[in-house]
Structure formats: C-alpha cells, structure tokens
Design a protein around this ligand. Sequence first.
Ligand code: HEC
Length: 251
Amino acid sequence: MIYAAIPRTTPSFRLVAASVLMAVLSFSSLHAQQGNAARGERNFRACAACHSLERDRNMTGPSLAELWGRKAGTLPSFERFSDALKSSGLTWDDRTLDQWLTDPTHLVPGNEMTFEGIKEAPARADLLAFLKEATKPGAAASQSAQQGQRGGMGGMMGGMMGGGADPNLKKPEPDIQVKTISYCRDTYRVTTADGKTRAFWERNLRFRTDTSKDGPEKDAPALLGAGMMGDRAAVIFSAPEEIMKFVERRC
Ligand code: HEC
C-alpha cells in the first residue's frame, strides 16, 4: 500500500521511505514476537475454565499466580498434580511455558492437562505476555479474564448451562437455594426456596461439594445449571456428609 505512493518520487526519497517502512515493519514484527498482552488476555479464555490467576485458588488446574520461576508440579495447595508433571524437573520460564503451551503432551508425556496446545506462535507469545504480567505477585487479575471461573462452570460449561455471572453461593437467590431433595424410583425432585420443585432423571443430577470460600454455607446447598437446558443440573454442598443427610427417599 505504502509502496504505491512512492514510485513517482526521487530515488533518494524512495530509499528513505523504504528504510522508514523497513523500520516500521521490523518494529512491528519484534512487537509480535514479544506478544501483545491485550490480545493475550483474550487468549486466556482458553485457560480460564480450569485456571485462576488468584493465589491458591485451584480449580481443575492449579492457580497460575506467581508462575514464573516456580518448579512444575510443586504448588503446595494443589492436590492433583500428575506424577509425570511432578517428576518433569521443569522450572516455568518463557521458554518452558512456550513449549508447554505448544504441545503439553510432547513436553511432559503422561501429564493430565486436557489441552491440545496452541499451534500459532504469535498467539502463544500474546498469551505469555499477558500471563507474565497477570501472574506477578500482587497483580490484580483483571475482571474479564477471571469472569465465569467459579466452580468450574465457566468457559464452555458456562455457556452451555446458561452462563452469565457466577451465582453467589454464600447468599443464593431463592431460585437456586435448595430446601429439600427427594428421591423416588429413578427421579430426584429438588425444591428451592422460591417454592418450585424440579424433577431430574437420576443420571442428570450431580452432587458436588465446594469447601472453598466460594462454596455454599453449611446445610444450605445450591442448585446450579438448571437454567436454559433444564434437564441437567448440579447441587453444590458445603461438605460431602451433607449429601446423604439431604437426600430423602420418598415417593
Ligand atoms: C481442561 C482444563 C485445563 C485447561 C483448559 C488448561 N489447563 Fe493448564 N492444567 C490443567 C491441569 C489439570 C494441570 C495439572 C496437570 C498435571 O498435573 O499433569 C494443568 C497444569 C498447568 C500448568 C503447570 C502449573 C504448575 O504449577 O506446574 C500450567 C503452566 C498451565 N496448566 C497453563 C495453562 C494455560 C496457560 C492454559 C490455557 C492456554 C491451560 N493451562 C489450559 C488443566 C487445564
């Protein structure tokens, strides 16, 4: 485009213009290599269903806070590292993270992160530029990147299950506040504080727990995901012992 404007001018001007253009191009390719954190923040959505940037907030995967310089598989608060990752001997830095995100299985065979990798180098560079800032000690993780994370209902599941903002399990709205659960033949019936009773085929209702600070209060489970699709949902309890206490066999 810019060349088209140049031909009718003098050769020396052309030379100057060309070298300016070269400088612009090499600057922008350098920039691409270093990664663009704003674009990277959008790429982080691919990770956000499983990873938080908040310290010790672990979900399917470990918190990524303070990742740079950490030895792989060593975050004390995360209970589910694979032996493969723990014994990988890796320390996370620009290079090892780029390899991990390219193809996790190739770098650490037998690891348990179900993620196929990001093949495009610029997309990885953008993501790493974002992560490097956002995982620094004390970095306030941005709202948009963290959105929809709680309870693993974010990402695709959030979309599938009605998505939107995370419900507050500490002070649940009446329509998700579970009062009773009865079980009859192959059906669970869940009655919520708004007086509604919903019936679920037994294989469509899951019982989960969340013992973290985001979880429900004791003996006050919440019904999640009964929105849009309706046939599947989960009841989140504050502790496993509550489950049997709540479910009453009654026809
Ligand atoms: C489906 C869930 C899932 C997705 C999506 C996912 N991860 Fe993971 N991630 C995990 C799990 C689980 C582990 C632990 C793997 C193991 O122990 O083998 C992990 C481990 C990691 C680790 C190693 C952490 C440590 O302390 O050693 C990094 C770094 C990481 N993931 C980054 C990412 C990034 C960046 C993305 C997005 C591009 C991503 N992950 C997407 C589940 C996921």
